[in-house]
Design a protein around this ligand. Structure first.
Ligand code: SAH
Length: 350
């Protein structure tokens, strides 16, 4: 592979220039030397903006009831084998209490599309958390809602919203989702969230079934246009009770390359090294940070429900208490010269 070529592409990205499809394909095909250059440039880029600090988010998986039927997801409506649970408001508050003591200043409430959690209930929970912990950020990750609902959550105090776009390509979207869900609706939600004033996160799975390099390139173009504050990417991992149960998982190599490319294209973006990345490789999250990621999201959910939030098979950390997850991740980050910090970790607007 032409090292000069890779070097030039990296320079173009560092100047804020456009990534052509040809250049993108070269990065995805680069040999070890090329990947090392890409990784190093991306890490230096993150260091310039965020230093050698890694932000932590306390993830509270508060319900696995879901009305949607996404083909890849283990908590999809038609999975009869999923043992359903939802946390009470008191349980959610006690996760926050425990998390706060451990130094978490962001709580991420994630769940399936659970009709029990009406707008009113979500608003109540958000405002109770903000009342108890005014110095903390609350992130919601509860899927597609009407704009008025997003506005109500925001008015109740929610600061951030994670809604992976999953794939920017309409046809690919159709192969991953049931007919009632559309790519256009999902993108519309993201624009609404941005307009309302949330810090917004989009993202996609790497190596999802039927995904092509063209699709991923479209994802990158969509991300560039949306200018999100966060981008969540992780490998697709099959879940045995879904239609994609026998499909191959996304790879570590491809996920790391994409983390680096996304960092270089969006220098200030908040980029998590995800649990899914840690699941496909024991050092996945460390390698993710070394490739440009700057966020990790340890689990704060009660241990007795952990393994029930099974989006994919073999998920790590399902048996560990929050304190263990936090100290394990802190140690892992220290081992590569990074430090987990107690900060809200907002997007750097300069
Ligand atoms: N209901 C919320 C939260 C979904 S779960 C929503 O719709 O946004 C959060 C993310 O997990 C999803 O956006 C998806 O990208 C990812 N995910 C789901 N199933 C997965 C799988 N089998 N492998 C890897 N990631 C998966």
């Amino acid at each position: 592979m032409d090292m000069r070529g890779i070097e030039e592409i990296i320079e173009v990205l560092e100047r804020g220039g456009e990534l052509t499809f040809e250049a993108f394909k070269m990065l995805m095909a680069a040999d070890d030397g090329g990947v090392e250059m890409l990784r190093k440039a991306a890490r230096e880029c993150a260091d310039r903006v965020y230093g050698r600090e890694v932000y932590i988010r306390g993830l509270i998986e508060f319900t696995n009831y879901c009305g949607n039927d996404c083909l890849y997801c283990g908590i999809r409506r038609s999975n009869r084998n999923a043992e359903r649970y939802r946390l009470t408001r008191e349980q959610i508050m006690s996760c926050c209490e425990q998390g706060y003591e451990l130094g978490f200043r962001t709580f991420v409430l994630q769940g399936g599309e659970d009709a029990y959690f009406t707008d009113e209930r979500v608003c109540d929970i958000v405002s109770e958390i903000k009342r108890g912990y005014p110095d903390c950020a609350v992130t919601l990750s509860i899927g597609e809602k009407r704009r008025e609902s997003y506005q109500a959550f925001f008015d109740a105090g929610a600061d951030r919203y994670l809604l992976r776009h999953e794939t920017a390509n309409e046809e690919h979207y159709g192969r991953l989702h049931p007919p009632e869900l559309s790519c256009a609706d999902r993108k519309r939600c993201l624009w609404d969230l941005k307009e309302i004033g949330y810090q917004v996160g989009c993202g996609f799975m790497v190596g999802s079934p039927f995904q092509t390099l063209e699709n991923i390139y479209e994802d990158l173009i969509f991300i560039k246009a949306l200018e999100p504050h966060m981008v969540g990417i992780g490998p697709f991992i099959p879940q045995k009770d879904t239609p994609f149960g026998n499909m191959a998982a996304g790879t570590l190599d491809m996920t790391l390359r994409l983390l680096s490319i996304i960092r270089l294209m969006n220098p200030r973006v908040l980029l998590p090294a995800t649990t899914a990345l840690g699941t496909i490789d024991p050092r996945g999250r460390e390698l993710g940070v070394m490739s440009g990621a700057n966020v990790v999201m340890p689990n704060l959910s009660p241990v007795n429900v952990r393994d029930k939030y099974a989006l994919y098979d073999n998920k790590i950390c399902t048996g560990d208490e929050a304190a263990e997850c936090k100290s394990c991740l802190s140690r892992r980050m220290e081992s590569i010269g990074y430090k987990v910090v107690t900060a809200r970790g907002d997007y750097k607007f300069i």
